[in-house]
Design a protein around this ligand. Structure first.
Ligand code: GLC
Length: 655
């Protein structure tokens, strides 16, 4: 929170430091003036966050000065094309809410081999209409197990198997010219245990050790541990790892490792850790990265006696980074990855924090609705938990590179008469096929014997029933599976926000069990849903629209094209429409003068729904669907096919 004194004090800091900061611009007066303008606007935020975090330190202002100099240097060296982007984004700051914006995510190697291969796939991305491309971690990381690159050895070096940093910036530029923003992960909770900071820490460099959470003995870890959630319970419940290779008086040190033992948590109680990570962030921004996915944000701050998740100070760390980006690289946006209780997820979202966030609740509840055939939890979430602050948006998705966790709030489930624990157990059993009948083929992930908790892995197509239907050679099941895939996509494309496709899902790729034979992946079931992109499937999809991949591909392409023609789907306004049918979901979207009504069925059986609420919601007696088919709402009911999906636009009444 910015208080009056932050504003006054910022003015003083600006006057005092101004000349020194201006020196970074080496005579470029226009840039120096633009920076000074931004200082006036954003320094109060930066100061408020940093002062709250570190104001108690005798050397607070020295750290503030270091951080501001970093920002000035980054602003001074920002390439001209990116400075132009800054101006363009300032004129249209909510570009990601546009109904023509579309996200896609892929591993560079699995999708295209390397960065050169990725560039060669640019025409394909344009064909899909992608405007936001998230490339999974591509930095140098330890050989062997590295958590899919989420253990970063160097934020300034690309994994040499994929290409170089120069190629990455060229790619960013080529993408931008094609209307596609480059999105990368910013893994700021931890570094790999072979990052130069970690290597210096191993050698006993006290400043480097202070960047991490390191302890000589178990006294401190034992104070924290009882309150911590096990993130990867299969590796044991302890968040700390004894490292004999870190110089310490006891012949080693305990290191805080929330995720894997080779991922060392950074210690943001130390302002030097914040300054160090800010330097890496601004470096990436100046390579042309437009959005940073802030990995694992809930874990950034540790406080004894708490779960060490979602602490207020962790929010301040993000606010400080956001203010720094606003100073030095204003086009840069954050997307938060907070896969936590829905009350906490939204707290990470804001113009001064992350403008974008995954929508894990919607994701999980779409699968929940498919499993149960009922939409009450889903509808309830859209009613109560979907609205966001102005200037921000959800990233809507069906699955990512991670597992699916059933992150609905216990209290929501109870309010709707469901037992949350039992319901999660049902969903896990359903999607792993342990409970029959089930259409899904998923694998359990990180089962926690203590809590009975688990999550689910699998590709969209395998979880939606395609793998099983193909194995059973059952045309009826096959048809239903394909319909499920399309209705799920229909919802994430129309619910408001930026939809994100996991590349490969558009050609209905199935689970890849080959990960079991790769020692670096065998211990992590998430690899089952990270298959290599299958060009052969794409070729089949194009050539044979009646093939399973062809139906998904052509169906999805039709949805994408129709969405681009529907301005009512821009913005974020959504109003739920009560249909009285528990298998259906209906909502009205409105943007400016345009409006439309979305209908989705989660039932494998045909349904009917009363027309009156539809007439009312659309304020029209006739409507036209995306397929161009007119729909007469004048009758009593409207028939819907299994897993139907419709977007209706009002037609003027016939004279
Ligand atoms: C995020 C990533 C996940 C990774 C973890 C640790 O949750 O999505 O894949 O294991 O962070 O970096």
């Amino acid at each position: 929170m910015v208080a009056a004194w932050h504003v006054t004090e910022s003015g003083r800091v600006r006057r005092r430091l101004g000349p020194r900061l201006a020196a970074a611009f080496a005579g470029d007066e226009a840039r120096a003036a633009a920076f000074d303008d931004r200082l006036e606007r954003h320094l109060p935020h930066l100061l408020a966050a940093l002062h709250e975090l570190y104001g108690w330190r005798y050397d607070f202002f020295w750290h503030l000065e270091q951080i501001l100099e970093l920002a000035a240097r980054a602003a001074a060296t920002r390439p001209a094309e990116l400075a132009a982007l800054d101006a363009a984004r300032a004129a249209a700051p909510t570009w990601f809410q546009d109904h023509r914006a579309l996200g896609a995510v892929a591993y560079v190697d699995r999708f295209a081999g390397d960065l050169a291969g990725l560039r060669a796939r640019l025409p394909y991305l344009r064909e899909l209409g992608v405007t936001y491309l998230h490339l999974m971690p591509l930095f140098r990381s330890p050989p062997g197990e590295n958590d899919g690159g989420y253990a970063v050895s160097d934020y300034r070096a690309v994994d040499p198997r994929l290409g170089s940093m120069a190629e990455l910036s060229e790619l960013a530029c080529a993408l931008r010219r094609a209307g596609i923003a480059l999105v990368l992960d910013f893994v700021l909770n931890h570094t790999a245990d072979d990052h130069p900071w970690a290597e210096a820490a191993k050698r006993g460099d006290a400043d480097a050790q202070a960047l991490y959470w390191m302890f000589d003995d178990r006294r401190e870890p034992d104070r924290f541990q009882p309150y911590l959630r096990a993130i990867f319970p299969e590796r044991g419940g302890d968040a700390f790892t004894w490292r004999p290779d870190v110089a310490g008086p006891q012949g080693g040190k305990w290191v805080w490792t929330t995720f894997y033992p080779f991922q060392w948590d950074l210690n943001y109680r130390n302002p030097e850790a914040l300054a160090a990570i800010a330097g890496e962030m601004l470096f990436l921004a100046n390579q042309g990265v437009e959005v940073l996915r802030l990995d694992a944000v809930p874990f950034l701050w540790k406080e004894p006696g708490t779960s060490c998740e979602n602490r207020p100070q962790a929010h301040l760390v993000v606010e400080a980074l956001n203010a720094l980006a606003a100073l030095a690289a204003p086009a840069l946006l954050f997307k938060s990855e907070a896969i936590v209780h829905p009350d906490e997820v939204v707290r990470w979202i804001g113009v001064e924090k992350s403008r974008l966030s995954y929508h894990p609740l919607l994701m999980a509840l779409l699968w929940e609705a498919l499993a149960t055939g009922e939409t009450r939890l889903l509808a309830d979430a859209l009613e109560r938990r979907h609205a966001l602050p102005e200037g921000t948006a959800w990233v809507t998705y069906l699955r990512g590179h991670d597992d699916i966790g059933w992150g609905f709030a216990d209290e929501d489930a109870r309010r709707l008469g469901l037992d949350p624990v039992g319901h999660r157990a049902f969903l896990n059993a359903f999607y792993t096929g342990r409970r029959q009948p089930s259409f899904a083929r998923g694998l359990p992930f990180q089962e926690n014997p203590r809590t009975g908790d688990a999550r689910v892995c699998g590709t969209l197509a395998s979880l939606a029933g395609l793998e099983q239907a193909l194995a059973a050679e059952d045309p009826w099941a096959l048809d239903l599976a394909l319909r499920r895939i399309l209705v799920l996509h229909g919802v994430i494309l129309t619910v408001g926000g930026l939809p994100l496709l996991y590349l490969g899902d558009e050609i209905a790729q199935l689970n890849d069990y080959g990960f079991r034979d790769d020692p670096a992946h065998a211990g992590d079931a998430r690899w089952v849903h990270r298959p290599r992109f299958a060009d052969a499937r794409l070729a089949t999809a194009r050539a044979d629209p009646a093939s399973p991949e062809g139906r998904v591909w052509h169906g999805l392409m039709a949805l994408l094209a129709a969405r681009r023609r529907t301005p009512a789907l821009g913005g974020t306004e959504l109003r739920l429409v009560e249909t009285g049918n528990p298998h259906l979901l209906a909502y009205r979207r409105r943007h400016g003068a345009a409006r439309c009504l979305v209908l989705a069925s989660f039932s494998p059986l045909p349904q009917r729904l009363p027309s009156a609420p539809l007439r009312l919601a659309l304020d029209a007696a006739r409507a036209v669907g995306w397929g161009g088919e007119g729909l007469d709402l004048a009758g009593d009911t409207v028939p819907l096919e299994p897993y139907a999906f419709h977007v209706l636009t009002p037609l003027p009444d016939a004279a």
